[in-house]
Design a protein around this ligand. Structure first.
Ligand SMILES: [Zn+2]
Length: 501
């Protein structure tokens, strides 16, 4: 390819503080009637005074610490002016030259993606444009919600990498429990700056893309309205293709803002980009600057819990999970905690039996991860439920694993028991007895059943003896059917092989 693709991201995330950013209004407006969660401050009435939300400031610093950022010793809020009906004050309180945190990075598959800054601002209201009406509806419930904006350096190379960055960032916000960051609900919003430059004719220096020689840089395009992770990838890929096609055709690209239209799968021009001067930034006179001392940072740092990458590595080290398994188990914090509770219950059980945990833990961890990922997590995902809705305690789930581990039940019985526990909770051993699912492992009993099957299927026996060894599966199936799925398949195979030879 003749071009290098240069992508930078701006990601907004709503913080789930109790109150709004500069007033004491309830910050949870979900399901509430329009314009009922508002007050003179967030409506921007003259004469009102904002007061900054300390929790939102601390959470932004916490996010910065999680993303290897530096914390500003001196930070402040600024007014960003623009006129739009979703902005009741006529300006937005944001941060211009002294963001709370700066100079961090997030690693994506071994590539360090540099983070320029993370600053804090307030969200706008929401406008609705009813079809075929001459008016617009304005709801200011969301106006004043704390909004954290992360800006990356323009060093992302592909749409896929941009998507992965957004996903990893959301995972961290959820681990920190500061934002639900649901893109469909607009709690997290991504914007991408994209440009295509000819290879070898530009360089990245001091955080800027600079031309080499007399090369003229192609303008960058900002893409907005991206409402899902899938759309991040699709919108960027579309834009890359569009820009390259335009350059190849000798068309002139302009610096502009384009919106992603999911229905037609295209970006559509919205407006020519304002430069920062158009916003007439100046320091917010109603809020004092913030002095952030070492003591305060230390206090915030203490709230930093184990992050997804660290948890994943620990799961791999401690329980010998492979990378993919560890990635799935640690995908969400509460799933990871549940998995770890299950393993801790198993450890207590092994110790109680007098066995050695270190010797058994890898096998038990493997069975557990298999049942957690392929059964439990799958059910939860299909039913759109979270661990909080689950009726199975970690203790009972661990007990189910011990039944499988001890071969008291086979996997088909395990699935039946799990279904029942998933619906109504309960003790797996009790369910096993009630449903009569205990595995049949009695040799004499199984031999009797198998003997009958072999006598009934002389033709297949002959085929097996003539060398068609995969006929064995047929006999296993017959035996499982005859025992209503309760036979221990391992024992069945052993007996079959012996009797057939
Ligand atoms: Zn308010």
């Amino acid at each position: 390819m003749k071009y290098d693709i240069i992508i930078g991201l701006e990601i907004h995330a709503e913080l789930k503080t109790k109150s709004k950013m500069f007033c004491s209004c309830d910050n949870d407006a979900e399901g509430k009637r329009p314009n009922t969660v508002v007050c003179p401050i967030c409506l921007g009435h003259p004469g009102t005074l904002p007061a900054a939300n300390k929790q939102a400031i601390e959470w932004t610093i916490l996010t910065g610490l999680a993303l290897n950022c530096k914390v500003s010793k001196l930070s402040k809020f600024d007014r960003k002016h623009y006129f739009y009906p979703d902005l009741p004050k006529g300006y937005q309180i944001s941060q211009y030259d002294l963001p709370l945190v700066y100079d961090g990075y997030l690693e994506i598959n071994g590539d360090k993606i540099d983070i320029t800054r993370i600053h804090l601002e307030e969200d706008t209201g929401k406008l609705t444009h009813p079809n075929n009406k001459k008016y617009t509806l304005a709801d200011y419930n969301r106006a004043g919600t704390p909004l954290m904006e992360l800006v990356t350096e323009p060093i992302i190379k592909t749409a896929e990498q941009a998507k992965e960055f957004c996903q990893k960032y959301r995972q961290i916000l959820r681990y920190l429990e500061i934002s639900d960051a649901d893109m469909e609900k607009g709690q997290m919003r991504c914007e991408a700056n994209i440009s295509a430059q000819e290879k070898g004719k530009w360089k990245y220096e001091d955080g800027e893309i600079k031309p080499i020689g007399n090369y003229k840089l192609n303008p960058k395009v900002e893409v907005k309205n991206i409402n899902s992770f899938k759309a991040v990838e699709k919108a960027i890929n579309y834009e890359i293709k569009r820009q390259i096609a335009a350059l190849e055709d000798g068309e002139k690209l302009v610096q502009e803002t384009r919106g992603w239209n999911e229905n037609i799968g295209k970006t559509v021009s919205q407006r020519v980009k304002e430069t920062s001067a158009d916003y007439r930034y100046f320091p917010e006179p109603d809020l004092p600057p913030l002095n952030i001392g070492a003591k305060w940072i230390k206090k915030i740092k203490a709230q930093l819990t184990e992050l997804p990458e660290d948890k994943k590595k620990r799961f791999m080290d401690q329980y010998k999970f492979d990378g993919e398994t560890a990635e799935i188990l640690t995908g969400e914090k509460d799933l990871a905690n549940y998995a770890e509770q299950v393993i801790s219950e198993l450890r207590a059980w092994i110790n109680a039996t007098g066995d050695n945990w270190e010797r058994q833990k890898n096998k038990l961890a493997k069975i557990s991860s298999n049942w957690l990922i392929n059964e439990l997590f799958k059910h939860l995902r299909e039913d759109k439920l979270s661990i909080g809705d689950l009726k199975i305690t970690a203790e009972n789930f661990a007990e189910l694993i011990t039944l499988v581990y001890q071969e008291k039940i086979n996997s088909s019985a395990g699935t039946k028991i799990l279904e029942k526990m998933y619906k109504n909770g309960g003790d797996p051993t009790d369910i096993m007895s009630e449903m009569g699912l205990e595995q049949i492992d009695n040799k004499a009993e199984l031999e009797k059943t198998i003997k009958k099957i072999l006598t009934k299927n002389k033709k297949q026996v002959a085929e097996y003896k003539s060398g068609k060894e995969n006929i064995l599966q047929f006999f296993v199936g017959q035996t499982m059917a005859a025992t209503k799925g309760k036979a221990n398949p391992k024992t069945v195979i052993k007996i079959l092989k012996k009797m057939l030879s």
